[in-house]
Design a protein around this ligand. Structure first.
Ligand SMILES: [Mn+2]
Length: 328
């Protein structure tokens, strides 16, 4: 990993124009990493372009400089010396537009920075540290390697990546490095209560209306170890919500005593050809990344995702069978 950081450092030092993106439907780690890397590299005179296919969700608009993230690559002024895809297992995670763009002459080098279990990638440099609590922790390491002084805006962005991906320092990926870095960020000026309020006490009412419709779908297996919940197109339409409003919903089945694996099914695609995006959460007994991989997805041992086609009943029973097998 030290080696990869050195390679990235050298590449940045030789570069002028830099494009940074992250995965679609971005979370706090995706955008906090995009922004902190961008702000840091801007400080040493690089020309920075920030892009995300889905833009900035309302709940993350508080991130300093998030208004600078563009939603299309049409108007950006390439070519770029480096295109970074952060918090992404592959360039495809940032969407087709970026995947194609990264392959073109517009991007001289592609660098992936991530903390998700993965095999192989389509990048020139792939910095992968599964031990990092958030991708933002890796951005922190890169900025430090480049001797860039962290200011409050950078610190708030990195701090948000940590709070998001550790569930406010509560998941098993919270380690002493995470806490030490968080403490340093607080010393720089981050106010933890301000960030927590921005993330957790700022929900649009419509999101709770969606929760009201989703909670009756809560189901648990007979032995009470696997729990699921789902959101279909009708619920989204009725509450005028989008997939962004399902953020955190999987924590409802997960919160149940005795549950080892929790899952959220979210309908995507056309009504005639329904597709379900599955978020899997494990409390430790089962590696849900392995389950997701079985359906063409991926992720971490305790948080992973995949997509399946079919009716909700079919899709649920396939995933639950696979979890039961793993639990047996
Ligand atoms: Mn992440």
């Amino acid at each position: 990993m030290k080696n990869e950081i050195k390679k990235i450092q050298d590449l940045i030092e030789q570069s002028k124009s830099i494009l940074i993106t992250s995965h679609e439907n971005p979370d706090g780690d995706a955008l906090g990493s995009t922004l902190s890397l961008g702000l840091g590299l801007h400080k040493i005179g690089k020309e920075i372009t920030l892009y995300n296919k889905d833009g900035v969700p309302e709940m993350l608009e508080f991130l300093p400089h998030s208004e600078n993230i563009v939603k299309s690559l049409n108007s950006v002024s390439g070519p770029f010396d480096i295109a970074f895809a952060v918090d992404c297992t592959a360039t495809s995670r940032a969407g087709v537009e970026f995947e194609e763009y990264a392959k073109s002459e517009n991007c001289k080098n592609v660098v992936i920075i991530d903390h998700h279990q993965t095999t192989g990638s389509d990048a020139n440099i792939h910095l992968l540290d599964e031990g990092a609590s958030s991708t933002g922790i890796l951005i922190y390491a890169i900025l430090k390697a480049l001797d860039i002084e962290l200011d409050k805006d950078i610190a708030e962005n990195i701090y948000t990546t940590i709070v998001s991906d550790t569930g406010s320092f509560s998941y098993s990926n919270t380690n002493s490095d995470t806490l030490r870095i968080a403490a340093e960020l607080v010393d720089i000026g981050v106010e933890p209560s301000k960030i927590s309020q921005a993330i957790y006490e700022n929900e649009p009412l419509r999101k709770l209306e969606l929760y009201k419709l989703a909670i009756p779908t809560l189901e648990i297996t007979e032995d009470e170890t696997i729990a699921s919940i789902y959101v279909d197109k009708k619920m989204f339409n009725e509450t005028d919500t989008t997939r962004q409003d399902t953020e955190g919903l999987v924590n409802i089945p997960r919160s149940i005593k005795g549950v080892y694996v929790a899952m959220l099914f979210r309908q995507e695609g056309q009504e005639s050809d329904p597709e379900w995006k599955v978020s899997l959460r494990s409390k430790g007994r089962v590696n849900v990344a392995k389950i997701a991989e079985g359906f063409g997805g991926g992720g971490h041992a305790r948080a992973a995702g995949c997509s399946l086609k079919g009716s909700i009943q079919e899709v649920k029973s396939r995933v639950i069978s696979s979890v039961k097998e793993a639990l047996a």
